[in-house]
Design a protein around this ligand. Structure first.
Ligand code: SAM
Length: 167
């Protein structure tokens, strides 16, 4: 489904880190800071695919928007894949967390991927899919949720192109 991207991976981490490897590097900073953009930019001759897994839900919409626009401006033509939750699911999650120390932790939800396209020129949704759309053995324990996820689409994966590749 996704094009063939080079296998050099960076994780931008705010907290815990795993082991680095030849093609796997950790950058110890917030994804909301500019420092990591410069570090990654040295590979600008190659295509970029950014993956954000279970991270954007913790940010305010303005923070995600600012990040998406900066990715578009620094890496024109890059692609971005992330999980997006509906506002109802964010509300439900916060309700569940309300009596814990994580109360109010979930912040950003949206109803339709087209909302993100409206954030700026060159932002195009290439696709979206649900966790249960394809057979996936790791999801088997949760398969009882599949009808709910298909009907209400509470969280999905979104794939965007950010701007056009120069030249
Ligand atoms: C729920 S975990 C998800 C981790 C992993 N992506 C996964 O799906 O298993 C949320 C992650 O977001 C990271 N995070 C939160 N705020 C961040 C920020 N401002 N910059 C970079 N990472 C952040 C945390 O360090 C944590 O690792």
């Amino acid at each position: 489904m996704l094009p063939n991207f080079p296998r050099k991976l960076y994780d931008v981490v705010a907290g815990a880190a795993g082991d680095e490897a030849e093609r796997y590097h950790l950058l110890g900073c917030s994804v909301l800071e500019d420092a990591w953009l410069e570090a990654v930019k040295v590979h600008s001759q190659r295509p970029f695919l950014f993956l954000a897994e279970n991270v954007f839900v913790y940010f305010m919409e303005a923070q995600v928007k600012s990040l998406v626009l900066r990715l578009r401006d620094h890496f024109p033509g890059a692609e971005l894949v992330f999980d997006g939750w509906t506002p109802f699911f964010i509300w439900l999650g916060n309700r569940q967390l309300s009596s814990s120390k994580f109360a109010g932790l979930l912040r950003w939800g949206f109803w339709r991927g087209q909302e993100i396209e409206g954030w700026g020129e060159g932002i195009h949704m290439l696709g979206q899919w649900g966790f249960f759309d394809q057979p996936e053995p790791r999801m088997d324990p949760y398969r009882w949720m599949a009808p709910i996820f298909r009907l209400f689409k509470p969280m999905r994966i979104f794939h965007f192109q950010l701007g056009e590749t120069a030249g």
